[in-house]
Design a protein around this ligand. Structure first.
Ligand SMILES: Cc1cc2nc3c(=O)[nH]c(=O)nc-3n(C[C@H](O)[C@H](O)[C@H](O)COP(=O)(O)OP(=O)(O)OC[C@H]3O[C@@H](n4cnc5c(N)ncnc54)[C@H](O)[C@@H]3O)c2cc1C
Length: 535
């Protein structure tokens, strides 16, 4: 095998693969090095107990950008999305609410709680869609550096403003999204607490915040700006989320992209301020003119590069980049999926609720956060149980089911020195109790359950402090500050070393956009990087 490449990508998360595939497609000799034994990062399908395979970490798709799907022809490499059109939210007893991608259906559901909210919903949906359009316009932008005093940077900032001049007054909507709490944002439209909580739920996904925390309105948008079919744009992928990364890997392979697994990079090699390659943990050196890191920013800057190569202020920024996570994930093998007391197929008009949110009310979400704020896991966590095996028979033995349960909050670190080794079984019980309350007897159907808390996500996927997005999606960590001011343009202080993962704009979720944008910036720099190195 060759040890000299044009580009080396550290990590085969979906963004690393997207970045590598675009660069290979542009003709560069590209190698992806992955520390795990499989590719995919947080988008993998793995057997977690004999006979049962699950989307072990990320579990539903919405954000994967149509441009990435098209450019890399992922459909022809096996990507098949199965939209989940109706989100079912049991509220306790026989009560429930459905949030659907069918506007009329959602309105009819909302009308059971508030006529006012049902009537205003189409207007809100339009407003949200217009705001999403603004956010979408910025997804493919390379963040500018508005404070750097150089003619080049000034030109880039001016050009960005000019290109997006038609955003006009809608820019203020961005300010609202970035600064308001989910509750304040939604209360400007809706009066009913249940309806608000259906939407505010999205603000809690993956964030260490409650729906009343400032800035969480943006997280709703982040989860609802996907452009696919399904309630809120979400759906399953046949074969699990690993089918996405397998398709990207195949697409890249067609252009010669090579992947080596079980090859953790231990060091980025630097000479005279320029990247020269990488060294793996087993001492192999690979050289390249460009290196792109899909590993989280904290990993790249704090573990893979000797500090003398980096400015102190960047290291300070990276040390304060917030990655503390309270998300957890359970993968359950079961004889039967949850049978919700409130679900009636005839009344609801669909066969089974494959996609469920359990968090009846704003206070429920906020209290779940309160527990985590003080260093403990939620006594009553909010949970998303989804059952892909209803629509995909490739994951479990015939007649059996896989239930992915995502939820919060379960802090990376527990108070008073308590350990997850002792507490994990209690968290598992708390989650199953919440589901049993809505779907009596479900826990009795469980064959095997894998519970993953933040330290597990850190150990297995390499996510610092287990953060599912590589870092919080808050105003201070977005766009030109993701992951750090002055270094948000996918570059680093080391010439030829780029960042291509979720620590960069526009952040986490299986979108492929950071990988796409980083590849574009590397391609822009390529001519300069080919210049002979100084002796
Ligand atoms: C539990 C969980 C649930 C989620 N649910 C969803 C969901 O349903 N839908 C959704 O859209 N998003 C979801 N997300 C978020 C989404 O999965 C991530 O934001 C996204 O997959 C990150 O992709 P990435 O390519 O940027 O990085 P990652 O997937 O984190 O990949 C980074 C890769 O780099 C490798 N690596 C790290 N260090 C090294 C090294 N030194 N040498 C070699 N390789 C290295 C890692 O092993 C990993 O493979 C979820 C995430 C988690 C953890």
């Amino acid at each position: 095998m060759s040890t000299t490449y044009d580009v080396i990508v550290i990590g085969s998360g979906h963004n690393g693969l997207v970045c590598g595939a675009y660069l290979a497609k542009s003709g560069l000799k590209t190698l992806v090095l992955e520390r795990r034994e499989i590719v995919g990062g947080a988008a993998v399908t793995e057997e977690f107990t004999p006979g049962f395979r699950a989307s072990r970490f990320s579990y539903v798709m919405s954000l994967l950008h149509p441009r990435v799907i098209r450019d890399l022809e992922l459909d022809t490499f096996g990507l098949e999305v199965l939209p989940a059109n109706d989100l079912f939210c049991p509220l306790g007893g026989d009560d429930y609410i459905v949030f659907s991608d069918d506007m009329r259906k959602t309105q009819a559901e909302f009308a059971r709680f508030s006529r006012h909210d049902a009537e205003i919903y189409p207007q809100f949906a339009r407003y949200l869609e217009e705001s999403a359009a603004v956010v979408r316009q910025l997804l493919f932008e390379t963040p500018v550096d508005p404070v750097r005093r150089s003619w080049r940077d000034f030109k880039k900032s001016a050009s960005l403003l000019w290109r997006h001049r038609r955003i006009g007054d809608r820019a203020y909507r961005l300010v609202d999204l970035l600064t308001q709490s989910a509750v304040d944002y939604l209360s400007a439209w809706f009066e009913n607490d249940t309806i608000k909580s259906v939407l505010a739920y999205y603000a809690s996904i993956g964030t260490f915040a409650g729906p009343r925390s400032p800035g969480t309105a943006y997280v709703i948008m982040h989860h609802l700006m996907g452009e696919h079919q399904g309630a809120g744009g979400w759906g399953f992928v046949r074969g699990g989320m690993g089918a996405i990364t397998a398709a990207i890997a195949r697409s890249g392979a067609r252009f010669g992209m090579e992947i080596v697994t079980q090859a953790p990079v231990a060091e980025v090699l630097v000479s005279a301020g320029r990247v020269t390659g990488v060294r793996t943990a087993d001492g192999r050196d690979f050289s390249a003119r460009a290196v792109a890191s899909n590993a989280a920013a904290t990993t790249l800057f704090r573990r893979l590069i000797a500090p003398e190569h980096l400015p102190a202020e960047l290291l300070r920024e990276i040390d304060t980049f917030r990655t503390f996570s309270t998300a957890f994930k359970m993968n359950v093998a079961a004889h039967q999926p949850p049978r919700y007391r409130a679900f009636d197929a005839a009344r609801q008009g669909f066969r089974y609720p494959t996609y469920v949110h359990i968090a009846p009310g704003i206070d429920y979400l906020e209290r779940a956060y309160d527990d985590a704020k003080y260093g403990w896991y939620s006594r009553k966590p909010f949970v998303t149980p989804v059952v892909p095996t209803i629509v995909d028979d490739s994951l479990a033995p015939a007649g059996k089911h896989v239930i992915n349960i995502f939820g919060g909050h379960a802090p990376y670190k527990l108070r008073d020195g308590a350990s997850w080794a002792d507490e994990k079984r209690n968290l598992t019980k708390a989650v199953l109790d919440v589901i049993d309350e809505m779907a009596p007897g479900f826990s009795g159907q469980v064959i095997e359950a894998e519970t993953l808390v933040a330290p597990d996500l850190e150990a297995i996927v390499g996510l610092p402090q287990g953060h599912i997005f590589h870092g919080e999606l808050s105003a201070d960590q977005l766009f030109w500050q993701r992951p750090a001011p002055h270094w948000a343009d996918y570059r680093t202080p080391i010439t030829g070393l780029h960042q291509c993962g979720s620590s960069t704009h526009p952040g986490g979720g299986v979108s492929g956009i950071p990988g796409h944008n980083a590849a574009r910036e590397i391609a822009k720099d390529w001519k300069r990087l080919q210049a002979p190195r100084a002796l």
